[in-house]
Design a protein around this ligand. Sequence first.
Ligand SMILES: Nc1ncnc2c1ncn2[C@@H]1O[C@H](COP(=O)(O)OP(=O)(O)OP(=O)(O)O)[C@@H](O)[C@H]1O
Ligand SMILES: [Mg+2]
Length: 507
Amino acid sequence: MNHQPLLRMANISKHFPGVQALDNVDFEVYPGEIVGLLGENGAGKSTLIKILSGVYTKDQGSIYFRGESIDPKNPQDSQSLGISTIYQELALVPQLSVAENLFLNREPRLIPALGMIDFKKMEADARIILHDLGVDIPPNKLLKDLTVAAQQMVEITKAVSRNANLILMDEPTSALSNKEVKAIFEIMNRLKEKGVSVVFVSHRLEEVMKIVDRVIVMRDGQRVGELPIQEASMEKIIRLMVGREVGLFHKIEKEIKEPVLEVRGLSGNNLVKDVSLTVRKGEIVGLAGLVGAGRTDVARLIFGADRRTSGTILINNEPVQINNPSDAVKYGIGWVPEDRKQQGLVLGMNMKENASIAILQRISNLFGVINLKQQNEIVKNYIKKLNIATSSMEKQVNELSGGNQQKVVLAKWLATKPKVLIMDEPTRGIDVGAKAEVHALISQLAKEGMAILMISSEMPEIMGMSDRVIVMCQGRITGEFDTADFDQEEIMTCATKFLVFDSPTAN
Ligand SMILES: Nc1ncnc2c1ncn2[C@@H]1O[C@H](COP(=O)(O)OP(=O)(O)OP(=O)(O)O)[C@@H](O)[C@H]1O
Ligand SMILES: [Mg+2]
């Protein structure tokens, strides 16, 4: 492209204690272009985005936006320049309506001096903005009554309505179903038509290839390459990202033995109805379904995180009473939750403390004194096994990159050496290289005799890893498949069995 870039970042560096997060990075975005910003966990993607959005300040380098030198000091700064950021954690107010969220702090007034909000105008304006982007959401609906995808769309709409020329999206789709992702992509394409540029960060490479015009790849804080999408392939991108070939889905020969976990007639959370399933020693059972099908609820009910209204749980053929998570742990059940920030990690603690929190009793003496040598060894072992990128074991977990936080949650539960491990979206937000490592590890654990129940929304992961697939829709089991009978279309048919299709954004 020979026209002027909309954004040019030159020689950007950023240092954090113990790590050079960005090392002389150049980055440019042209008008009306969607750029994929890719790289392994900890490569520096979010740091670059945060510098641009005014959350972090750069140590060195220059930023030019629409031909002028800029230096955003805070998010308001960057927003008023025409740069809007959409993070994975949504920044909207759940109790307010869609229209109220769109116009928060800039509501139209009936009589400006008196400050009374002109609700009628606000709703009408909101309707126009939403319609303009093809977003089919009623402006008077409360935000909390929308799906995550629809909320995401409101957030994007809000960004656009502030006349942003550049929208930064840091893993906006990682919690969304395929259908919802499609709807977000439609909006991205409309933005492009309007001349708005988008920077898109995602670890779902198939997705990235479908939407972006160009990819820029980072590794260890440096920009290592760039590809126009016409010249890009999965293999090329992966090689740039990790510097080597990556083999996906390690299925290894193993023996599947007697049942370890049996669930009979499980109901609860006003969603799960009469779910029965068995996971055997050495077996990986994939729990498939769309977002909201009740898979996470099944995990929470088994683990005792929520109270079930009916159902029996058996461990090694013995009925057990699980009324809370510590009962579950006592019976040898581990749970890698979906939402690592809320349920997986203690953000005020460092990496070592988090990784060993579930085994403190095992590595302490009678007086409750922790065997520090043992603790260090165990944690060190998992840092190596999972290839966790951290400058030290004492690093605070909130200073780790998103994908590395997920690996710490994994380490925490693996260290307990559970008999049964329930994993909810175990590789969400994890880069391709690490994903292959986590997959190999899951297969190895099964081979060593662990019974694994794996919830995943990624069809290739479900089909590539599982020995058996159970499908859910609206809280019920709607299908079960053995390895030999895996068929993506049939699984999808079961996953949508009770659904009536209407607008992709409706709740
Ligand atoms: N506030 C912080 N304090 C200390 N170190 C930080 C901080 N934020 C990021 N880092 C470190 O900077 C490096 C780059 O992190 P960054 O979050 O930019 O990675 P990323 O490419 O977004 O990775 P992911 O794909 O896992 O989200 C990592 O080593 C991370 O631990
Ligand atoms: Mg990140």
